[in-house]
Design a binder for this molecule. Structure first.
Ligand SMILES: Cc1ncc(COP(=O)(O)O)c(C=O)c1O
Length: 456
């Protein structure tokens, strides 16, 4: 049985059996090629968000797919009792092109940041120094675990889960005076994104990052860059810190590193790595052969296929064209970002959600952040012509609008409201049970007997 090509059934299964923590668009993708995705109806979409900065090589990249298929045929998982060749190779590759001497592998960005937070604390623990506080920025985003939620500088991600893990201090971003004031004898680390992605694509100022580095050196503070979103070529350098000429002591990666296969990594120096001893930290799946084979393929492709040059060229083109659109339409308030991580902010006559849905209806995928910003993070292999397709669509949307005030109305009219989407989703709901029956599935849960099988 397969529900793969039946959108209404997919929606029903999701609604009934998945925890409802995401706001989903009414589409499911079943195939991808290059920078395009295809939905259950065979409709083609230009992917300008790349699985939120994950699918750096696009879809079906020969090197990546072949590495994953070959590795799956050999060994998917071995475990961290044994040496893993793919893990050792990927660690070497990452160290060779970065400041780092040592790598710890895990499965996501949040886990990489957890490892960074733990290492910053354990480093001082083993030195018998009482430093544990970590300073992060307002409006930052570091993940969804309890530790990374506490690190994240946005109350909306913390509130339902309070009390927060103690030991985190938040200060305004790009404000060196606030940072200097927050530093105290208990400060173990400063943890920052170089481009705040989730909260609207806000790059750090060069001078700010240089002053932070100076402060860290002077006060013996560990500098952590969260490059979960900005790493692996995204910003026109292999790692974003290279745009700033400032090296961290710890850097975290995830998203693009596996090109879609889940993997996270924490990179550090030999000195800071002394803060973890065998048994202090670990991960069952972290560093597994499959994920690391994907990571090796991604790193090899980025190095051998001039992908970073492509990021720079296409990025210049997009910024140039967006600059022209901004001059033409005063409803574009700002265009921000680095490389192929770009935020376009509109004035309050246009909602980000409305723009996202309008682009979606034209077969273009972007993400909406906050009320007024859309984010672009396309595959790093995107061509200028494909980027031009997005610019053309945006131009068309803005051109169709006679004046800033009417933009919102037009965009709102063009898209189904949340209520309409909900209603159509629940309308298909009742059809589900019949379809389950014809597929030979039932809605019943397995009996207790089946659940209590002993599997140790
Ligand atoms: C900067 C940054 N850090 C951490 C995370 C968390 O990564 P993950 O969702 O893989 O846990 C994200 C995810 O968007 C991120 O953008």
């Amino acid at each position: 049985m397969s529900i793969e090509n039946d959108l209404s059934l997919i929606q029903d299964f999701d609604k009934n059996y998945c925890l409802q923590v995401f706001n989903l668009l009414p589409v499911a993708f079943v195939k991808g090629k290059g920078c395009y995705l295809y939905d259950t109806e065979g409709r083609k979409y230009l992917d300008m968000i790349g699985g939120i900065a994950v699918n750096c090589l696009g879809y079906g990249h020969p090197k990546l797919t072949s590495a994953v298929c070959t590795q799956a045929k050999n060994i998917i998982h071995a475990c961290n009792y044994y040496y893993i060749p793919q893990k050792a190779e990927l660690a070497y590759r990452l160290c060779r092109v970065s400041f780092a001497d040592k790598v710890f592998f895990c499965n996501s960005g949040a886990e990489a940041n957890e490892a960074a937070i733990k290492l910053a604390r354990s480093y001082f623990y083993y030195k018998d120094i009482n430093k544990y506080e970590i300073i992060t920025a307002d409006m930052s985003f570091h993940g969804r675990t309890m530790g990374t939620v506490a690190a994240t500088g946005q109350a909306k991600f913390q509130r339902p889960f309070e009390p927060n893990l103690p030991g985190f201090v938040h200060v305004p971003y790009n404000d060196i005076d606030a940072m200097i004031e927050a530093v105290n004898p208990k400060t173990a680390a400063i943890m920052l994104e170089l481009v705040q992605g989730e909260s609207g694509v806000h790059p750090a100022d060069l001078e700010y990052i240089q002053q932070i580095k100076k402060l860290c050196v002077e006060k013996g503070i560990i500098l952590i860059f969260d490059e979960v979103q900005t790493g692996v070529g995204r910003t026109g350098k292999m790692f974003c810190y290279q745009n700033y000429g400032v090296q961290p002591d710890i850097m975290t990666l995830a998203k693009g590193l596996g090109g879609g296969v889940p993997i996270g990594a924490m990179l550090t120096t030999d000195e800071i790595a002394t803060g973890m001893k065998p048994g202090d930290h670990g991960s069952t799946f972290g560093g597994n052969p499959l994920a690391c084979a994907a990571g090796n393929a991604v790193m090899e492709a980025i190095e051998e296929e001039n992908i970073i040059d492509n990021v720079k060229e296409v990025s210049d083109e997009i910024f140039d064209k967006l600059g022209k659109l901004r001059a033409k339409y005063n409803c574009i308030r700002s265009v921000r970002g680095k490389g192929l991580l770009i935020g376009i902010e509109f004035d309050d006559t246009i909602t980000a959600q409305g723009m996202r849905e309008q682009l979606f209806s034209m077969g273009i995928l972007v993400s909406a952040i906050g009320k007024s910003t859309i984010r672009l993070a396309p595959p790093l292999i995107i061509t200028k012509a494909q980027a031009g397709q997005f610019i053309k669509a945006l131009d068309k949307i803005l051109k169709n609008v006679q004046g800033p005030k009417s933009v919102l109305g037009k965009i709102k009219d063009a898209i189904p409201s949340k209520k309409q989407i909900k209603e159509s989703a629940s309308a298909v709901g009742n059809a589900k049970i019949d379809k389950l029956d014809t597929l030979g599935l039932t809605n019943e849960k397995p009996s207790d007997k089946a659940i209590t099988d002993n599997d140790d």
